[in-house]
Ligand binder design. Structure first.
Ligand SMILES: C[S@@+](CC[C@H](N)C(=O)[O-])C[C@H]1O[C@@H](n2cnc3c(N)ncnc32)[C@H](O)[C@@H]1O
Length: 122
């Protein structure tokens, strides 16, 4: 909702029908938000490029095609990280910090949580 309420336009995808129904209810009235039910891998490529992607759907290093969805200079955000862990040995950090098309930074969001924000090189 925080992103939906501030974005100029937003597309969100949920493959679980019950969760999608809850999301649809919460997003009711937000004309600039489009909710798709299904697998983002099949739905989002037709709508690329995206300036901003909030990845909250499974294992990011199993989904390298997410980078192809981003516009040059676009931002990819992965939350639910534990702050201050080394890159080596953490497959999420290894993917985001090691990707040749991304420049990533860790942002501490609370004392117990962090997000990684990665920009796609132009
Ligand atoms: C961590 S939950 C987040 C749910 C919701 N965004 C929220 O904040 O409450 C991850 C969600 O991603 C969905 N998901 C996982 N893989 C997906 C995929 N390939 N395409 C679409 N949705 C997916 C799951 O069904 C699950 O509801």
């Amino acid at each position: 909702m925080a992103i939906a309420s501030t974005a100029a336009s937003l597309m969100t995808v949920e493959r679980d029908r019950e969760r999608a129904a809850i999301a649809r209810e919460r997003l009711r009235g937000l004309e600039h938000v489009v909710l798709h039910v299904g697998d983002w891998r099949q739905i989002l490529p037709a709508h690329r490029p995206f300036d901003f992607l909030f990845f909250d759907a499974g294992v990011i290093y199993d989904s390298p095609e997410v980078v192809d969805l981003l516009a040059p200079g676009g931002l990819l955000v992965k939350d639910d990280m534990t702050p201050g862990r080394p890159v080596e040995g953490d497959p999420v950090r290894e993917f985001l910090f090691g990707h040749s098309q991304l420049v990533a930074v860790e942002v501490i969001t609370t004392p117990e949580t962090a997000a990684i924000v990665a920009a796609k090189r132009g």
